[in-house]
Design a protein around this ligand. Sequence first.
Ligand code: MN
Ligand code: MN
Length: 309
Amino acid sequence: MNEEKTENGTGTGNEKILEDVGRISYKAIMKAKDIVKPGAKALDIAESIEKFVLDSGFGLAFPLNLSINSEAAHYTPSLDDDRVFGERDVVKIDFGAEKEGFYGDCAVTVDLSGENQNLLEATESALENAISSIKDGIKAKEVGKIIEDSIKKFGMIPIRNLGGHSVEKNNLHGGIFIPNYEDDNETELKEGMVVAIEPFATISSGKGFVTDGDLCEIYTYVEDTQTRSQISRNILAKIKERYANEPFAARWLAEMAGSKFALYSGIQELVKTGALKRNPVLVETGNKIVSQSEVLLIVEKDSCKVMTK
Ligand code: MN
Ligand code: MN
């Protein structure tokens, strides 16, 4: 990495912040990995891991995701969630810290029965191979082909409508998409770009796609709107103050609303008026088990530097 500032602003000062954010993000998912066990409560884990990052002096890029089995992404516990991990669950731990608008984003999959090792190895090896290939000028679709080929070597298939992305300041999902298969997009990765690479795979009898599920606990601020209820206005004011740029969990607003009913009614009204966007749980269309591996990295001239380690 050279000393000058590059196009998207990852100069040395920013790289230092990204290093710190990356390190704490990785620490957080490793801590979560240690405590995701059969019988453990998802809500307790989410609260303790998010607290660890906040107590370390960082913000949260998004809520701790603990998606289980055919849920590929976006499950985070609700306010009084009683979900407990089962003996056979496959859990995707996906999380990131934030500082000064810089985001971490990384994920690891835990296989509680030990019976899905092939599936986990598929995404782990795909991620390793992708990392080895990344350098200035490589096309996103070339990375996608490497990911797809690696996953297929394990007899698994990639999830085609999920993928990696560039990460910009105050924008977790930047303009560049890095597919998990060889698509027809000619976009090149450039030195200095910050990108998340995230292969997702499912078993060969799956569809290889995700679709919106019913659960939704993660929301994003869109714009101010007119609302009927005072509680919606209060919630919106809080969201603008604290989560204007980052996806947030409904449970983070618990102290705002007084009751669970009031909180979720307020959120519902804000969704209806267009103030908030839903980020529902994404479920594998064939209802098959999904694994995921993810790192955040900076593209360099002849290689790349993984920040979430
Ligand atoms: Mn992620
Ligand atoms: Mn990501």
